[in-house]
Design a protein around this ligand. Structure first.
Ligand SMILES: N[C@@H](CCC(=O)N[C@@H](CS)C(=O)NCC(=O)O)C(=O)O
Length: 331
């Protein structure tokens, strides 16, 4: 082992390109192992190196990390590229998530059906010109000049990327879900004891986010595609995501996923498990450790309170809620 990080992905840009960029900018030499055929991917999966059966995967400092954001966060922290304090990091997260949203749209272009391509390109150009580039032009200028600029900014444009959720907290106007979650988790000491624990928390949280995203999208899936989508989600739940977390719990025998104490990722997992149960309560049956975790977490006093009727927790999304959202967000 040379001690250099080793990147596993295919020989192209894809999701790994931003990891290459960050390592290069930090002056870190790295090696790459390209996945050139399905057997290469299968081998990595068989060897248990891909927690969610997906790449990119990076071997670094004795860890086998998957999930792009978890990898980027670890590198940024290690090479002091994530701001001087938790507030700066919240801004960095917020900006980075805006960049990721636009990059994701661009990345999806190559797999867009030909008949939808023109419309997609027009939308991307519009968003680039009228939403993302102006946001950075504006925020940068105003932050650099003087404190009054921040005041004015709050008054005349609280949504950096014109999207919600937005949270006003500790004098900041934060958008981008992950930036908001990272800030809250850090502030309330739910983000691990060191950078390696945080890398695990990020990796697990991104897997949870991938499956949650699939479930959340179900309500806007056209009726003729719904059955197939549900089957795919159930398959992924049963054969990819829940086994991955059951394995983590089994490997260390502890009461929580990371560091033997409650972190944000336990809460994210509980939320996901409740969605899974709403979809099909039998899905959890083969996973005794996850079931035990679920009941342990549900009985923590603050969580228990939140699970009681009358709390701010929302019921499952129904047609009426979708219709209201459609009107507001015009989708
Ligand atoms: N959220 C993950 C998604 C990773 C992902 O979708 N990877 C693709 C290749 S770019 C993959 O491995 N797909 C195979 C599969 O999902 O079975 C990340 O950001 O790393």
């Amino acid at each position: 082992m040379s001690g250099k990080p080793v990147l596993h992905h295919f020989n192209g840009r894809g999701r790994v390109e931003c990891i290459r960029w960050l390592l290069a900018a930090a002056g870190v030499e790295f090696e790459e192992k390209f996945i050139e055929c399905p057997e290469d991917l299968e081998k990595l999966r068989k060897d248990g190196k891909l927690m969610f059966e997906q790449v990119p995967m990076v071997e670094i400092d004795g860890m086998t990390l998957v999930q792009t954001r978890a990898i980027l966060n670890y590198i940024a922290t290690k090479y002091d590229l994530d701001g001087k304090d938790v507030k700066e990091r919240a801004l960095i997260d917020m900006y980075a998530e805006g960049i990721a949203d636009l990059s994701e749209m661009m990345g999806q272009l190559v797999v867009t059906p030909p008949d939808q391509k023109e419309a997609k390109i027009a939308l991307i150009k519009d968003r680039t010109k009228n939403r993302y580039l102006p946001a950075f032009e504006k925020f940068e200028e105003k932050f650099i000049e003087c404190p009054e600029d921040l005041e004015k900014l709050k008054k005349d444009g609280k949504l950096m990327f014109e999207q919600v959720p937005m949270v006003e907290i500790d004098g900041m106007t934060l958008v981008q879900t992950r930036a908001i979650l990272n800030y809250i988790a850090t502030k309330y000491d739910l983000y691990g004891k060191d950078v390696k624990e945080r890398a695990l928390i990020d990796m697990y949280a991104e897997g949870i986010a991938d499956l949650s995203e699939m479930i959340i999208h179900l309500v806007v899936t056209p009726p003729d595609q719904k059955e197939a989508k549900i089957a795919l989600i159930k398959d992924r739940t049963k054969n990819r995501y829940l086994p991955a977390f059951e394995k983590v719990l089994k490997s260390h025998g502890q009461n929580y996923l990371v560091g033997n104490r409650l972190t944000r990722v336990d809460i994210h997992l509980l939320e996901l498990l409740l969605y899974v149960e709403e979809m099909d309560s039998s899905l959890l049956a083969p996973f005794p450790l996850l079931k035990a975790l679920k009941s342990r977490l549900s009985n923590l006093p603050n969580v228990k309170k939140f699970l009681q009727p009358g709390s701010q927790r929302k019921p499952p999304t129904d047609e009426k809620t979708i219709e209201e959202a459609r009107k507001v967000f015009k989708f």
